[in-house]
Ligand binder design. Sequence first.
Ligand SMILES: *[C@@H]1O[C@H](CO)[C@@H](O)[C@H](O)[C@H]1NC(C)=O
Ligand SMILES: *[C@@H]1O[C@H](CO)[C@@H](O)[C@H](O)[C@H]1NC(C)=O
Ligand SMILES: *[C@@H]1O[C@H](CO)[C@@H](O)[C@H](O)[C@H]1NC(C)=O
Ligand SMILES: *[C@@H]1O[C@H](CO)[C@@H](O)[C@H](O)[C@H]1NC(C)=O
Ligand SMILES: *[C@@H]1O[C@H](CO)[C@@H](O)[C@H](O)[C@H]1NC(C)=O
Length: 311
Amino acid sequence: MTWWVLLVLVPLFPVSSSEHNGIRVMTFNIWQSGANVENGQQKIAKHILMINPDIVALQEVYANVTRNLTMMLGHPWVAVERNHSDYPDTAILTRHVVIPATNLSTSGGVGVKIMLRTGYTVGFWSLHLDYSSYGPYAANNKLVDRIEQIMAGENLGRGPQINEILNEMLLKKWLAAVDDVPIFVAGDFNGPSHLDWTERTKKIHGDWVVRWPATKELEEQGFVDTYREIYPNVVSDPGITWSTVNKLNPEWNYTIPEPQDRIDFLFYKGPVVPYQILTYSGCEKPQRIPFHHANDYPSDHFAVFADYTFI
Ligand SMILES: *[C@@H]1O[C@H](CO)[C@@H](O)[C@H](O)[C@H]1NC(C)=O
Ligand SMILES: *[C@@H]1O[C@H](CO)[C@@H](O)[C@H](O)[C@H]1NC(C)=O
Ligand SMILES: *[C@@H]1O[C@H](CO)[C@@H](O)[C@H](O)[C@H]1NC(C)=O
Ligand SMILES: *[C@@H]1O[C@H](CO)[C@@H](O)[C@H](O)[C@H]1NC(C)=O
Ligand SMILES: *[C@@H]1O[C@H](CO)[C@@H](O)[C@H](O)[C@H]1NC(C)=O
């Protein structure tokens, strides 16, 4: 794959509504910045151009990688990164205009305001919450017999991180202006949704119903989980985003199945209405670990993208 090939790609989903009164947003965990597949960075850029979003939330962004990505994406793409020089981890890419001095960084993400070329302004966060003490592992562990044992993991990293972001937003009055300027919170939460782990589905979740705090806190602040709004039936539409390649559990030497779950989200609040959301892993079926090196799709997560209309 050479860079000029990218220039002649036709978007796979060309009917992005951003020409008119809409916006397409995407969340994309890029699996250690593409390091696990051949020509990973080129493939990341290629798949972003296929989807042709207005704004992308990235996770697992290594230092100096957005410079390569924006170069491959071409004019007018720009990047905003979390303010961490060794490992930004979260970044936001857009082909619109980043409003100067609106960027905010926290331990779990980065946020910025972006003005679309159509004149609409949005607030946008890319999140990557703590991966340690992964909740679904605890829930599927037969030695765990109290809900407190599962919640202990959430209260370590992910819970405090989501509160830090919400406090930052409140502090900066983003939420106070949300009736006029919508806010998107996109990212890899390293945890499922409380909307998915219900009485109806507990048989596939180690018999647990779990009020996962990150999604619950966002809901309590009035944010809507776009996927579950469009697909309310969690049984027929699980919306799995983890994983494209991780089918067997590494902590058990790949001898038992890896729990498959929906852990990458597009939340929104404010004057937009979603009308389409899709999970995405390219056109060729990704080969599972350890057969993944030649995959055309460079990530271990499905990407998610959605279209909204401004109202
Ligand atoms: C990123 O690039 C800068 C400037 O080229 C360089 O000084 C820095 O060491 C790089 N950081 C990493 C982690 O590679
Ligand atoms: C950027 O791309 C160049 C060319 O492919 C590559 O050599 C370099 O390692 C990349 N930079 C980073 C930080 O990955
Ligand atoms: C905002 O971006 C500027 C320029 O990239 C950077 O110097 C600053 O540290 C960022 N601030 C935060 C809070 O991330
Ligand atoms: C990043 O920005 C946050 C929020 O403004 C600040 O608290 C933190 O010290 C900054 N970190 C670095 C490494 O600049
Ligand atoms: C995984 O394999 C290693 C090395 O063979 C072994 O020491 C370890 O106990 C195994 N772990 C599990 C969970 O089976």
